[in-house]
Ligand binder design. Structure first.
Ligand code: FUB
Ligand code: ZN
Length: 696
């Protein structure tokens, strides 16, 4: 292994990682589509996941997650729901998502129930089902999904409009209260689902409903004086329209997305005027600043990523795609600005974003409180969309780093290992007693919930996992040469349109060996770009056909020329345990260390450690021991760190006393056992901590 400026002082012993398998021969995939993907700039390719880690998760999506969520959305079960983390309590413990669609379709009578965007739970489920059908042949699932498409088609108005709340309860108020209505947000989610479902199954109705919707929106929004000159309070439609454009080739959809981005915030009184005209005297949304929905000023003038975190990153994903497809440099600048702001100043080490429960929002630079934060699962998922979209514009390893961070940490933590429990809020420090006893921490659950009144997260994480095969490569060009860039090391077999096949076998997340067997039957000449992850930049080795390859990374990628033949590329990454420190600008993490190995951030849980976690301290040179434990949950890597542990005072000790040297609290030697952050809260409920006290 080449030691590039290695300065790692961590002493550690390492037990064997799971099998280092030889690359399998390219084999025909499961029922796999041969049609181009065209979603979010991943560019045409067809990938089959072979990673044991991700196959487990994707099997879970098929076997457990989809049936479970379908039952919940059909009100076939009474899930346990916690109080809404954002404080918008509903008076029902059922989803009603399908029931609302049936009422709108005239198949049932009754009132709409749930949030204004309840429809989107069904749409995101449909999208997840679409991706699942690409890797799992399941006629029953397809029948359910086909029927859902038919139901949606029946619910849709003849003019293309679809939003069950407005159809059932207030048909006269369509598009008149866009600050809070979520109408375009909801239709955007349907459009995304339809593009995916049409791609997976060829279902023409699904796509026709989507184009009718987009045509409806197009006929109501735009420059013309008789149209609406504002955008939905919740971005989403912009990204969806780029996907519809890429699928249909209909330029109007791209132009519409572009318009909706450009009009945002241009008229800061737009929502107020709409609300007044529609007779909304007071709505909780109105008390939120316009920055909450990125509408206080035009995007071009917005300096920082402010407001509701999910809205920001959905907006960014849409902006990045529109910028990529139109070359709009103003939007591209905004993407870079927001990216830098989020990633360099506002993102937790797990990839979580959103520092406060109030408005589910960003706050200010370096405000990253571990125990009161929000870190909504949807925001982490949205950040993955944003990162992938940026990779399609600009091959920079930092986008791949963040995408990987979300896939293995921030987003993945949103779902339990049984696929039936979910986090909405993803803290870096949790304590059941604090969540119960301190109203300021009540939004932080310490047990994943069966469902939520506002259930945006469960189906969002499902669609991300089910589509992880679309996040592996970017196809682009450089100095006139074709480039295939491998930025995620998740074992897969992929066939590219130029005939090139790549069988990638990767030991990640537990081992660091990655092998690419490049099958090049048509003798294509191209550059194969391999991302060197930020966490391995100090030490890695790369070889091509058995010979060491010395190319230096350029913005996080090493470029290997492939000149018309087959090739085998091996990459060995640095899997030593790293002690991570936050910038000293982050008040919450001062004097603390986090533990990371490869892409995985670890955390300590109460069930593995006998004392309150705050009593432990570790050092940057503490001895660490990594062990893969096949018996632990789904089979997990664990890290044990040599630590010191303070003595817990007796509860009869005075609350305060004069400080003495050592104070009778001399720490004793101890071990701190840590598990991957994504896997926390899958055993006994208890405290959890990512950042540990550091001894100086
Ligand atoms: O408003 C729709 C979704 O509900 C948001 O993206 C989530 O943050 C939740 O508020
Ligand atoms: Zn959510």
């Amino acid at each position: 292994m080449t030691d590039i400026a290695s300065s790692d002082h961590t002493r550690q012993s390492t037990s064997s990682t799971p099998d280092r398998r030889a690359a399998p021969a390219m084999h025909p995939a499961q029922p796999r589509s041969t049609v181009a993907f065209n979603d979010g700039g991943t560019l045409p390719q067809s990938s089959t996941i072979t990673s044991p880690f991700w196959k487990k998760y994707r099997t879970l999506i098929h076997d457990e997650v989809l049936p479970y969520q379908w039952a919940v959305m059909n009100d076939d079960m009474d899930p346990d729901m916690p109080d809404d983390p954002a404080g918008n309590q509903q008076d029902t413990h059922n989803s009603h998502a399908i029931r609302n669609l049936r009422i709108a379709a005239g198949e049932q009578t009754g009132h709409h129930a749930g949030f204004p965007f309840q429809d989107t739970d069904a749409y995101k489920w449909l999208e997840a089902a679409a991706y699942t059908l690409e890797y799992r042949h399941d006629p029953d699932l397809k029948t359910i999904a086909d029927n859902l498409v038919d139901l949606i088609a029946t619910a849709q108005e003849p003019d293309g409009y679809l939003d069950t709340l407005f159809q059932i309860e207030m048909p006269g108020h369509r598009l008149k209260r866009l600050q809070q209505s979520h109408e375009l947000y909801s239709m955007g989610h349907y459009i995304e689902a339809a593009v995916a479902y049409h791609h997976a199954t060829g279902n023409a109705t699904a796509l026709r409903v989507a184009t009718d919707m987009a045509d409806y929106i197009d006929s109501h929004f735009g420059e013309a004086p008789n149209k609406i000159h504002g955008a939905d309070g919740h971005p989403e439609i912009e990204f969806a329209l780029t996907r519809l454009y890429e699928t249909t080739g209909e330029r109007r959809y791209l132009d519409l997305a572009h318009y909706l981005l450009n009009v945002r915030g241009v008229d800061p009184l737009f929502y107020q005027r709409q609300n007044e005209e529609d007779g909304i005297a007071s709505d909780p949304m109105q008390s939120l600043p316009l920055t909450y929905c990125q509408a206080a000023e035009p995007i071009a003038d917005q300096a920082t990523a402010d407001g509701h975190a999910v809205r920001v990153v959905y907006l960014c994903a849409g902006m990045a795609r529109v910028a990529a497809l139109t070359g709009d440099s103003t939007l591209l600048d905004a993407c870079h600005r927001f990216w830098n702001d989020i990633v360099n100043r506002r993102m937790f080490i797990t990839g979580g974003i959103g520092s406060t429960q109030k408005g589910e929002s960003f706050t200010y630079d370096y405000d990253l409180p571990n125990d009161t934060m929000y870190g909504e699962t949807c925001a982490a998922v949205g950040m993955a969309f944003f990162a992938r979209a940026m990779l399609s514009i600009d091959l920079d390893g930092s986008y791949g780093d963040v995408l990987e961070k979300e896939l293995f940490n921030g987003a993945l933590a949103g779902m339990s290992l049984d696929g039936k429990h979910f986090f909405y809020v993803n803290p870096l420090e949790a304590d059941p007693e604090a969540s119960r006893g301190n109203p300021g921490r009540a939004h932080v659950l310490t047990r994943r919930a069966e469902w939520f009144g506002c259930a945006c997260c469960p189906s969002n994480i499902a669609r991300l996992i089910a589509s992880v095969n679309r996040y592996l490569y970017t196809v682009t060009s450089r100095h006139g040469r074709d480039v295939i860039a491998a930025h995620q090391f998740i074992s897969n077999d992929t066939r590219f349109p130029n005939g090139v096949g790549i069988a990638m076998t990767s030991e990640l997340p537990w081992g660091g060996h990655v092998r690419f067997a490049i099958d090049n039957p048509e003798h294509a000449s191209f550059l194969f770009a391999v991302r060197i992850p930020g966490w391995s930049a100090r030490r890695y080795s790369l070889s091509v056909d058995g010979r060491r390859f010395d190319g230096r990374p350029e913005r996080g990628f090493v470029y290997v020329p492939i000149e018309g033949g087959n090739a085998t590329i091996s990459l060995d990454l640095d899997m030593r345990v790293s002690m991570m420190r936050a910038s000293s600008r982050v008040r919450a993490d001062i004097g603390k260390l986090a533990v990371q190995r490869g892409p995985i951030v670890f955390c300590a849980e109460q069930c593995d450690n006998d004392a309150p976690l705050w009593l432990y301290s570790i050092g940057s040179e503490s001895e660490t021991h990594y062990e893969f434990r096949p018996d632990l949950l789904i089979g997990l890597g664990t890290v044990t760190v040599s630590a010191r542990k303070r003595v817990l005072d007796h509860d009869s000790s005075p609350l305060y006393r004069m400080a003495e040297p050592e104070d009778g609290q001399t720490p004793v030697d101890a071990k701190l056992v840590m598990v991957p952050y994504f896997a926390w809260a899958n055993r006994d409920e208890g405290r959890m901590q990512v950042w540990q006290e550091s001894r100086s």
